[in-house]
Each structure stands twice: as C-alpha cells, then as structure tokens.
Design a protein around this ligand. Structure first.
Ligand code: IPM
Ligand code: MG
Length: 357
C-alpha cells in the first residue's frame, strides 16, 4: 500500500494544542500515515500577510485528506489585520478551494455524560447520535454581499442562492446516508417564506423517489430548533442548507453536553475530505491546556474511516475516548461532580494509555 499523506492545518487559538495531542494519537494508531503541516488563519497571516497562502493550497491539493484545527482571534481584536475577516478568508476560502459541498456533523450522546446535558434525562431517552448534513457551498454564505450608504442611511444586503443541481447532489448524499442508518431523513427548510427553501423541498421530494427505503419528512427550521430541545430522539439524519446547518449544528452539539465534542467531515464531489472540529478557536482558553480535544480527535477518527479506509483505527480512537469518559476523566467544559478534572494533555494521555493496552 502506498503511504498516505494528510495535510495538517492547526490554525489559531486552541487549534495548535488540540492538534498536537491529536497527532500523538495518530502516531499511536497509524504511525505509517505521513503528515505535513501548513499555515492557515492568523498563524498564516503573520508569515505571509494572507490567511490562506498558496503554499497551503498546494499542500492540501497534494494531500489525501486535510485535518484542520480552527482559526480566528479574540472578537475584541477583529479589526486588526491579522484577524480581520480571518474566518471568511480561511474557512470559507478553504471550502471553496476544495469544493467541499456537504458537511457531516454528528452529535453523539454518551451515557457517561447524561447528567451534563442541558436537557432532562427523560428527554434524552432513545438518543444515540443525531447526524446533521449541512450544505456547504450555497445559500447566504456565498451569494452577493454589499453595504452602501444612501442619503442619511446605511444599507447592507446578503443574497441567498441555491440551484437545483447543488440541492440534488446534497439530497443524494443525505438519502444515501439515511439509507445506511435508520432510514429516517428530516429535511429542514423555511419553505413557508423562502424561494430557496421551496426549491430545496421540491428537489428533495423528487430525489426521494429514488430511495423507497428512506422515509423523508420536511420540517421548518424554527420548529426544528424547538423539536431538537423538546424531543431530540425523533431525529436521526437531518439535512439542511448552509445557514440553517450552521445554527442547528451548534444547538445540536450542546445537547450531549458541549460543542467541544463535535467533529465534522466535509467532502467534495470527487471524495476529498476535510475534517475539523465544529466549534471555533476559543481564544479565551487558548494556550492553557484546558480545551477539550475530543472534537479534533473524533475528526481524526472520521478522517481515518472515510479518507484512509482505516475503520479499525477509527473505532479504536472512538472507543478509547468513550472509555476515558467512563473512567471519569473530564475537561472543564464537561466537568461533573465526582469526576476527575484534567487538561487537554492529561485527557489525551488517558486515551493513549487505553489505546496501548
Ligand atoms: C462553522 C463556523 C463557520 C461557519 C464560520 C467560522 C465561518 O461557524 O464551521 O460552523 O459559519 O460555517
Ligand atoms: Mg458554526
């Protein structure tokens, strides 16, 4: 087998520290996988005066998969050149460059963490994992934007764009994903108001005829936000647009306890994968060994499974994480009474110890 190479882009904030721990785990389960580091975000700006240098573009083009950390600085510094538009110039540019059209965000419920969920235990009954599929290249994110002044007022405008082909690709991915799981698919839109959502719904209904084994239901996004809190167990696979997916995935990530546990995978049509925590760079806790490395580690597990076909190694990581939680080790974001508070490194040490036994 030829050696695989993954591009590692740690980025800013907690990115470098959770990435460093994640690479220790990679070394433990798959030492044969080659890694090459690249700069992105504020870290790239310091060296190259751009958030997404050409060298990084070449690196990710040559790689078999990309493991991304997080980018961005403190909100109060967002007018400094290093941080101005950093997320848009890095994350959105990366999605565009690699043509990453579908994003998978699993919110997994761990029995050991039942009591830190903001929901009552009774509402969690029957919850295992909610998988949100978010369209990543359309919608209000990439449509025309402008801000202008007229007379004594200032105006701003963002345009949401979708086209049937983009939605159709998304729908096929969603149906195929649902087919491999429970056969239940919830498509979320705002078809009572938006034209883009009406088109979305129409295309999903058309594509549904190709998948007789999947039960498709439609839900309006405002209702979905409420249903996620009232009755999360009704969901298995949720498919939605770019903006709704951004919002609903943060909401869903909080149900099992913390955004710090939610990984993600994004794929282009030709199968290239980028894997990253769903959360941000958390500058407030950066460099303090406090961050939860789970989202980054679980992103690595997804990478091993989907891009390198190393299912066994992926499962080993997932199992070791769950075991570490079962043994009572907790980072600050998921701390509970009677548990053992540890930092990023010690939490990972425990995972590695389990992997080595
Ligand atoms: C995410 C993030 C990004 C998004 C931001 C940082 C551009 O919130 O990946 O969910 O909105 O997509
Ligand atoms: Mg987000």
């Amino acid at each position: 087998m030829s050696e695989k190479m993954i591009a590692v882009l740690p980025g800013d904030g907690i990115g470098p520290e959770v990435m460093a721990q994640t690479l220790r785990v990679l070394e433990c389960v798959a030492p044969e996988v080659q890694t090459q580091h690249g700069l992105i975000g504020g870290a790239a700006y310091v060296e190259h005066a751009t958030h997404f240098p050409d060298e990084t573009k070449r690196l990710i083009d040559d790689a078999d998969a990309v493991l991304f950390g997080s980018v961005g600085g403190p909100v109060e510094h967002s007018d400094q050149p290093k941080w101005r538009n950093c997320e848009v110039n890095s994350i959105l540019a990366l999605r565009n460059h690699l043509n990453l059209s579908v994003n998978y965000r699993p919110a997994k419920f761990y029995p050991a963490l039942q009591n830190i969920s903001p929901l009552k235990n009774s509402r969690l009954a029957g919850c295992d994992e909610i998988l949100i599929l978010r369209e990543l290249l359309g919608d209000i994110y990439f449509g025309e934007k402008k801000t202008w002044h007229e007379q004594d007022n200032t105006y701003a405008q963002d345009t949401a764009n979708y086209d049937a082909k983009l939605i159709e690709h998304m729908a096929h991915q969603a149906f195929q994903t649902a087919e491999k799981r429970s056969g239940k698919l919830t498509s979320v839109d705002k078809a009572n108001v938006l034209d883009t959502s009406k088109l979305w719904r129409q295309v999903f209904d058309q594509v549904a005829t190709d998948y007789p084994n999947v039960v498709l239901s439609h839900m309006l996004v405002d209702n979905c936000a409420m249903q996620l809190i009232l009755n999360p167990a009704q969901f298995d696979v949720i498919a939605t647009g770019n903006l709704f997916g951004d919002i609903l995935s943060d909401a869903a990530s909080a149900l099992p306890g913390s955004l710090g546990m939610m990984p993600s995978a994004s794929f282009s049509r030709d199968g290239k994968g980028l894997y990253e925590p769903s959360g941000g760079s958390a500058p407030d806790i950066a460099g303090q060994d406090k961050a939860n490395p789970m989202a980054q580690l679980l992103s690595l597990a997804m990478l091993l499974r989907h891009s390198l076909n190393m299912n066994q190694q992926a499962e080993a990581i997932e199992h070791a994480i769950e075991e570490t939680l079962n043994q009572g080790f907790r980072t600050a974001d998921i701390m509970q009474d009677g548990c053992h508070l540890v930092g990023t490194t010690a939490f990972t040490n425990q995972i590695i110890q389990i992997l080595m036994t």
